[in-house]
Ligand binder design. Structure first.
Ligand code: CTP
Length: 437
């Protein structure tokens, strides 16, 4: 019996897929079809798959050509499959010519001509709502949103606004964004979503105007030094029924959700200590301290909660900029220390000590692919990891896309009270620094 294998995502099942399966089946007696699993697709950055795995399998099944359907769950699975299923020929479309030649050691490689004029990508482009993103910036940096937005169906950064012409020109050239605007209202008008990516002193104003115009807003937190202003914007976004979402990518990353599950589900026992450090060297960005603090405070608030009993801090500063701050939070059962350095080097890491285990996330933990679990009395270190590329923005945009298609404006990744608590902490630090109430 001649056994054949073929693989594909088979999203939005079309004639090209049907033809390929038909011809693959005709090539032998028994056809195994590998359908890509959701985690595998996400891991390799393919976030635009529309149909669920169950639907894609069902569509392959309905053709009647597959004798067996398997799920392709990880990179490098193909060699094991060829051996396991005793495959004679590997059949795939000629868009892959040459890419799988190394498999010819194991079986016969057959590249078949693709059906012309159709692909899942083309169907997706024709089917989905288009959301144009406009970005407000005061320096030539897109935070990778331009590239990452393209990976999610229907999203594209098309517009950019800056009150500085040189920044506009440089941004357009660097990121190849279609339209530049010197008039902010005109950009609001031409965009569905506004991403506010500028200095903290300017954020409130830009966000307010975009929300007022009924546009969805994505913003770098904190929005200002005032928690009252944040409340005002939350109110306005509710009134207008639009998404008002902060750019904190960590909460959208798989390992962070695994970590949350383990800490909140009691898997490392009672938490005795939460220690988190972050530092960057960027003297060109004013108020960087506040931007970094939000990133470090969010995991604390998520894991330890909002109800600490006591909070104090120490800052050392150089001129107008805070260079280093150590924040100390006392909770009922444990403690949290957050160290933030701006031009003061501290090793970036999160360490969570529980009665039944310790978790460590090292280096750039806010976009980490892994964390370690150490259990008392054992030398073994368990590694929890996942695979992702880029800086995580695409996961945040995908969350936004789900919210839009479900007509939901409140994000479940960061709750309102969590954002407000962080704003209050930073406001407190700011007030003490300038000695005003
Ligand atoms: N295929 C084909 N003809 C097409 C489209 C796909 O023969 N017009 C084949 C591919 O070469 C592959 C299989 O069908 O062997 C599964 O392809 P898949 O990547 O799932 O489909 P695409 O339409 O190419 O998807 P995308 O646009 O997302 O790349």
């Amino acid at each position: 019996m001649k056994k054949i294998i073929t693989y594909g995502t088979f999203d939005l099942f079309h004639k090209g897929h049907y033809n390929m399966l038909k011809r693959a089946k005709e090539y032998g007696d028994y056809l195994v079809v590998g359908v890509t699993g959701e985690n595998y697709d996400v891991g390799r950055g393919k976030l635009n798959v529309y149909d669920s795995l169950a639907t894609r399998i069902e569509n392959v099944q309905k053709t009647g050509f597959a004798d067996e359907i398997i799920v392709e769950e990880y990179l490098g699975q193909k060699i094991g499959d060829i051996i396991k299923y005793d495959i004679d020929s590997f059949v795939i479309g000629d868009d892959w010519v040459g890419k799988f030649d190394h498999l010819s050691k194991y079986c016969n490689m057959v590249y078949l001509e693709r059906t012309k004029g159709i692909s899942s990508t083309q169907i997706r482009e024709e089917t989905f709502n288009q959301y144009d993103i406009g970005i407000v910036c005061d320096f030539v940096d897109d935070n990778q949103i331009v590239k990452e937005a393209k990976l999610v169906n229907g999203f594209e950064v098309k517009n950019v606004y800056s009150d500085d012409n040189r920044i506009l020109d440089a941004f357009k050239e660097k990121y190849d964004v279609k339209n530049t605007f010197e008039d902010y209202d005109a950009m609001i008008e031409s965009s569905d979503i506004i991403y506010v990516h500028c200095d903290i002193n300017e954020r409130f104003n830009y966000i307010y105007r975009a929300l007022k115009a009924g546009k969805h807003v994505l913003y770098d937190p904190p929005i200002s030094f005032s928690s009252e202003k944040l409340k005002k914007l939350i109110e306005l976004s509710k009134q207008k029924n639009v998404i008002f979402m902060e750019n904190n990518k960590m909460v959208h990353i798989y390992v962070f959700n695994q970590l949350l599950w383990m800490t909140q589900g009691g898997l490392i026992g009672d938490i005795l200590s939460f220690n988190c450090s972050i530092s960057k060297n960027d003297i060109t960005r004013s108020n960087l301290f506040y931007d970094l603090s939000v990133v470090a405070l969010l995991p604390m608030i998520k894991i330890m909660g909002e109800n600490y009993e006591h909070f104090d801090f120490q800052v050392s500063k150089e001129g107008d900029n805070i260079e280093f701050a150590s924040m100390n939070f006392v909770y009922g059962k444990g403690r949290a220390i957050i160290n933030v350095g701006n031009n003061v080097r501290v090793d970036n890491q999160i360490e969570i000590i529980g009665t039944k285990g310790t978790i460590r996330m090292k280096d750039d933990w806010w976009r980490s692919k892994s964390f370690e679990l150490h259990t008392p009395g054992s030398n073994d270190v368990q590694l929890f990891n996942t695979n992702f590329e880029g800086n995580g923005f695409k996961y945040l945009i995908r969350e936004m896309s789900r919210m839009l298609s479900n007509n939901r404006v409140d994000s479940k990744s960061i709750f309102e009270e969590e954002s407000l608590k962080i704003a209050e902490i930073l406001e407190h630090i700011r007030k003490q620094r300038y000695n005003y109430d």
